[in-house]
Design a binder for this molecule. Structure first.
Ligand SMILES: C[S@@+](CC[C@H](N)C(=O)[O-])C[C@H]1O[C@@H](n2cnc3c(N)ncnc32)[C@H](O)[C@@H]1O
Ligand SMILES: Nc1nc2[nH]cc(C(=O)O)c2c(=O)[nH]1
Ligand code: SF4
Ligand SMILES: [Mg+2]
Length: 257
């Protein structure tokens, strides 16, 4: 479903009941994490509380764009992909929206397996089969040199918001989780190690190393060609999993993939 209206152009006034700003909704293969390769319907909401400089979904964060869809319309479109029994709710940051809970409850009632792709800063009580948490490292901060849009105006806000240990602990307590770190290079590893130790302290649940995934930063095949081997070697060195970005390998940076 191509979506081109902007937040300002379309209001929720003509949508009945619970509604969400949807940037795109499409059928693809899960490209990241433990369920890589699983046919899945993706619902990408718009709006985010962070601003990673590398965000591969620029039109949900730096320049949010969306159509407003009711939960009924979203569910109907999900069901039109008759062969899918997995749904991925992503964004943007999907959990900034109250109505994400209503949507997840409806999908759960219908028997779908739900994965939520989240930055782990907002926890909600909702039926989530896999919380795919990607805590943001210092290397994600949009400093003046890296800011894709301005001069680092978001850097402080991003830095202050990107990690909330209590919230991360709550996710691990409540849900099946994977911790999926975007890795830009070996310099990220000490922060991953110390953050993981802190999260393990913040939860009573065990986090096995097999639930920790290293994913190379990169939005195009060329960028991944330059980084994937180094990140794979780091996964072996530290005993964590490596996750590819299968959709980028297959379709590069095409929308709705
Ligand atoms: C666009 S985010 C949306 C969900 C949520 N806001 C988050 O960051 O987890 C979806 C996934 O893409 C990852 N991601 C975003 N930009 C990336 C990049 N340039 N390289 C690798 N992964 C990236 C995020 O870390 C997250 O795992
Ligand atoms: N195929 C595919 N798999 C994905 N897994 C997580 C994604 C996301 O943007 O959250 C994503 C995505 O954008 N495409
Ligand atoms: S938290 Fe996710 S959606 Fe938000 S800017 Fe970072 S990668 Fe993009
Ligand atoms: Mg993506």
């Amino acid at each position: 479903m191509p979506v081109s209206s902007t937040a300002d152009e379309q209001s929720a006034d003509n949508v009945e009941g619970a509604a969400l700003p949807v940037n795109e909704l499409f059928y693809s293969l899960q490209g990241e994490g433990k369920l890589t390769g699983t046919p899945s319907v993706f619902i990408r909401t718009s709006g985010c509380n962070l601003r990673c400089w590398f965000c591969d979904s620029y039109h949900t964060s730096w320049e949010p764009t969306h159509a407003t869809m009711s939960v009924d319309e979203i569910v109907e479109e999900v069901q039109s992909h008759a062969d899918a029994d997995h749904v991925v709710l992503t964004g943007g940051e999907p959990l900034i929206h109250d109505e994400a809970v209503t949507l997840l409850e409806r999908l759960d009632d219908l028997g779908y397996h739900t994965t939520v792709e989240t930055n782990g800063t907002i926890h909600r009580d909702a039926p989530i089969d896999l919380a795919s948490i990607s805590p943001k490292l210092a290397s994600s901060t949009p400093t003046a040199e890296k800011d894709p849009k301005g001069d680092g105006e978001w850097a402080d806000r991003h830095e202050n918001r990107r990690i909330d240990l209590d919230t991360l602990g709550q996710f691990v307590d409540d849900c099946d989780t994977q911790l999926k770190f975007v890795v830009t290079g070996p310099d990220d590893m000490p922060e991953i190690e110390s953050l993981l130790a802190d999260i393990r302290t913040a939860t009573s649940s065990h986090i096995p190393d097999s639930d920790v995934l290293l994913m190379p930063e990169g939005t195009t095949r060329d960028e991944l060609d330059n980084r994937r081997k180094e990140v794979a070697n780091l996964a072996m060195e530290y005993g964590y999993r490596y996750t590819p970005r299968l959709h980028v390998d297959l379709w590069n940076d095409a929308p709705e993939t």
